[in-house]
Design a protein around this ligand. Structure first.
Ligand code: SAH
Ligand code: SF4
Length: 388
C-alpha cells in the first residue's frame, strides 16, 4: 500500500469562497458567459475545456482569450475540493482518494482498474459519493454509521470523476511514452458507479445534473449504459428515474429477501417494505425494458442461509435482473462477518439452480478499506488519535 497525505487543516471561510464553475448546468454556463459579453460559442469552448480536456485551471484554457480567463478566475474556481489522502492497493489495481470540501467535510472516491494485464476489455471504473455521510443507517455500512452531513453539489459529484480521469490520463501518457501501449489502446474512465458515500436518489436533482454532464457528448462523453446508480430502495425516486431520458443502469440494494431480515439491517425497509419496492422495480423494468442489478451483501448467519437464498430466488422469479453477491467488508465495530467461500458457493448454487443470474463481486482494494465510507472512518479515527 502506498500512502500520500497532506496535513489535515482548517476550512475556507464561507464568505471568501468562490463558487465552483462545475456546479453550473449547461444553460447556466451559457448564461454566465453571455453576461461577460461573450458569444455562445465561447461557452461551448469553455464547456469543452472543463469536461473534455479536463483543464485543472482557467489559465490552462488556451482556447479562451486572456480576458475571458481572467474574468472567469475572478468569479469562479474549478476544483471544489482538495485531495487530502491518496491510497493505492498493493496490487496497483485500486486507488482511494479522500477529498476535503471547503466546509471541512470529507468524502471518498475509488478508482478501480480492471484488465491491467492487457485484457481486451480493460475498464477503468470510478466509484463516487453523492452525499457527505448518509441518513439511512444500514447497520453493515460505515457511512451509515456516521450519519448524514450534507448533500453534495453537482460539481462536487462530477469533480470526483474529473480527478480520477486526470490520474488515468497521466498514467496512460507514461505508458504510451514508454512504448508500453499505443494511444488508442489505453482506456480512460469507462464506467462510473454511484456506490460511494451517500444515497444518490436522496440527492436526486444534483445526481441527475451530474449524470447529464458525464453523459454529454461534448464533455466527458461516458455512455449512460456505463453509468450505474445504486439505491437503498427509495420507491418514489425509482419510479421517477424510470421516466428519465437516460439509459442508465440501476442497482437496488436488496440485501434480504423478507421484511423481517431486511428491517433488521436496513431501517428504510420500514418506510418502503419489500412488496412496495419490488412493485416499483417490476414497473421500472417494464417501462424501461432494462434489467435491474440487485445488490446482496452477504452477512454470515444473518442473510446468507440456504433458506434466504430460496426466498430470494422466489422473490426474483421471472424478473429481468442480475444479482451481485458481495461478501461483507466488515466495518471496524460492526457485528458482521464475511461468510466462508463455501457458504457463498451454496447460496450461489441455489440461485443458479432457480435460473437467477448472479455473480460474486470481484474484490478490489481490500488492503485499503474498499468498503463504502471506510476510508473516511479511518481518516476521522486517525484525526481523533492525533488530536487527543
Ligand atoms: N446508498 C446507496 C449507494 C451507496 S452504498 C445504496 O445503499 O445502494 C453502495 C453499496 O455498497 C450498497 O449496495 C451497499 O449496501 C454496499 N455496502 C455498504 N456497506 C458495505 C460493506 N460493509 N460491505 C460490502 N458492501 C457494503
Ligand atoms: Fe446509506 Fe447506502 Fe450506506 Fe445504506 S448502504 S447507509 S443507503 S450509503
Amino acid at each position: 500500500m502506498t500512502l500520500t497525505s497532506t496535513e489535515p487543516d482548517q476550512t475556507t471561510p464561507a464568505e471568501t469562497r468562490l463558487p465552483s464553475i462545475l456546479d453550473l448546468a449547461e444553460d447556466d454556463l451559457i448564461y454566465e458567459v453571455s453576461k461577460l459579453g461573450q458569444p455562445a460559442f465561447r461557452a461551448r469552448q469553455l464547456w469543452r475545456a472543463l469536461y473534455h480536456d479536463g483543464a485543472p485551471s482557467f489559465a490552462d484554457m488556451t482556447t479562451l482569450s486572456k480576458y475571458l480567463r481572467s474574468d472567469l478566475e475572478k468569479r469562479f474556481t474549478i476544483a471544489p475540493f482538495e485531495p487530502v489522502m491518496e491510497l493505492r492497493s498493493s496490487d496497483g489495481s485500486t486507488d482511494k482518494v479522500l477529498f476535503r470540501l471547503p466546509d471541512g467535510e470529507l468524502i471518498e472516491t475509488v478508482l478501480m482498474r480492471y484488465g491491467l494485464d492487457g485484457h481486451r476489455r480493460a475498464r477503468r471504473t470510478v466509484c463516487i459519493s453523492t452525499q457527505a455521510g448518509c441518513a439511512l443507517g444500514c447497520t453493515f455500512c460505515a457511512t451509515g454509521q456516521q450519519g448524514f452531513r450534507r448533500q453534495l453539489g453537482p460539481g462536487e459529484i462530477v469533480a470526483q470523476v474529473l480527478h480520477m480521469r486526470r490520474v488515468i490520463r497521466s498514467e496512460n501518457a507514461e505508458l504510451v511514452a514508454g512504448g508500453g501501449a499505443k494511444k488508442d489502446e489505453v482506456p480512460e474512465i469507462t464506467n462510473v458507479v454511484f456506490m460511494g458515500m451517500g444515497e444518490p436518489l436522496a440527492n436526486y436533482g444534483n445526481t441527475m445534473q451530474s449524470i447529464s454532464v458525464m453523459n454529454h457528448a461534448q464533455g466527458m462523453n461516458i455512455g449512460a449504459r456505463h453509468l450505474t446508480v445504486s439505491t437503498v430502495g427509495l420507491v418514489p425516486e425509482i419510479r421517477k428515474l424510470a421516466r428519465e431520458p437516460y439509459q442508465l443502469n440501476l442497482a437496488v440494494s436488496l440485501h434480504a429477501p423478507d421484511d423481517d431480515s431486511r428491517s433488521r439491517t436496513m431501517p428504510i425497509n420500514k418506510r418502503y417494505p419489500i412488496a412496495r419496492l419490488m412493485h416499483a422495480c417490476r414497473d421500472y423494468i417494464e417501462l424501461t425494458n432494462r434489467r435491474i442489478f440487485f445488490e446482496y451483501v452477504l452477512l454470515k448467519h444473518e442473510n446468507d442461509t440456504p433458506e434466504h437464498a430460496r426466498k430470494l430466488a422466489a422473490l426474483l422469479d421471472g424478473m429481468m435482473c442480475h444479482v451481485n453477491l458481495i461478501p461483507v467488508n466488515p466495518t471496524e465495530n460492526g457485528p458482521y462477518e464475511r461468510p466462508e467461500d463455501k457458504r457463498t458457493a451454496v447460496f450461489r448454487e441455489i440461485l443458479r439452480h432457480a435460473g437467477i443470474a448472479n455473480t460474486v463481486r470481484q474484490e478490489k482494494g481490500i488492503d485499503i478499506n474498499a468498503g463504502c465510507g471506510q476510508l473516511r472512518a479511518r481518516a476521522l479515527a486517525d484525526a481523533v488519535e492525533t488530536s487527543s
